[in-house]
Write a protein that binds this ligand. Structure first.
Ligand SMILES: CCCCCCCCCCCCCC(=O)SCCNC(=O)CCNC(=O)[C@H](O)C(C)(C)COP(=O)(O)OP(=O)(O)OC[C@H]1O[C@@H](n2cnc3c(N)ncnc32)[C@H](O)[C@@H]1OP(=O)(O)O
Length: 194
């Protein structure tokens, strides 16, 4: 049974998000959290190659150029790809909170079709935090940061420890990640209390 929509409404007692004192400065380009990530990975040939920057408060902005490989209908972006771009942008808020979190629930509104070659300008922010639950929202606009809204999402992310990946990921990739000092540095930067 699917979770009710109300699970995206912060419960009573939820608090406003707090920007971590060591968060990247507003405007700073955030690197990939994993080079093979389908959303942001530099070495992922099939990926979206999102370029994400820290924003003011607990927010980020991102740009994603829709390529021919991202089509669903002829000349138009696939809805699942657009959901991925929204998911990845909300996930990037981890850099600003310095908390590792994974998507529990993502609800997407498709407002306009998005043609191939579009530069989709995304922005995301955390709206509330309740225990391990992090509530986020994102918008994607066509062509410019103030362009027409094409997609929107609300999401619930759940805070996890690095062990979540070590215990669940395939051994080959986990071993390679743990042996890569850059990857370990990224994981540390996300996790305040390892
Ligand atoms: C080497 C590492 C490098 C670092 C990499 C950084 C990676 C960043 C990646 C970013 C990539 C982009 C992002 C991606 O694509 S992340 C990839 C896609 N997401 C996943 O793979 C997550 C899969 N799910 C799980 O692993 C577990 O279910 C999690 C960890 C999420 C929770 O299982 P866990 O056993 O831990 O916790 P819990 O079950 O006690 O739940 C806790 C609370 O949360 C509430 N709840 C849970 N689910 C839902 C739901 N669906 N709707 C509504 N509520 C939900 C639940 O009711 C409870 O609430 P309360 O009772 O407390 O009130």
């Amino acid at each position: 049974m699917s979770a009710p929509t109300s699970s995206l409404t912060p419960p009573e007692g939820a608090r406003p998000p707090v920007r971590h004192p060591d968060a990247p400065a507003p405007g700073e380009l955030l690197g990939a959290h994993y080079d093979q990530c389908f959303g942001c990975g530099r070495d992922q040939a099939h990926g979206l190659h999102l370029e994400t920057r820290a924003g003011e408060g607990v927010s980020v902005t991102a740009v994603f150029t829709v390529k021919a490989a991202h089509q669903g209908a002829p000349g138009l972006a696939h809805g699942g790809v657009l959901a991925t771009a929204l998911d990845e942008t909300i996930g990037s808020l981890s850099w600003v909170l310095r908390t590792i979190a994974v998507t529990g629930r993502l609800e997407t509104d498709y407002v306009l079709p998005v043609p191939v070659d579009t530069e989709l300008h995304l922005d995301a922010r955390v709206t509330a935090v309740h225990g391990r639950k992090i509530y986020g929202t994102a918008t994607g606009r066509i062509g410019a940061p103030d362009g027409p809204v094409a997609v929107r999402a609300n999401a619930l992310f759940i805070e996890v420890k690095v062990d979540h990946f070590i215990e669940n990921g395939r051994d080959t990739e986990i071993r390679a990640a743990l042996e890569d000092p850059d990857q370990v540095r990224v994981a540390r930067a996300f996790e305040v209390n390892p």
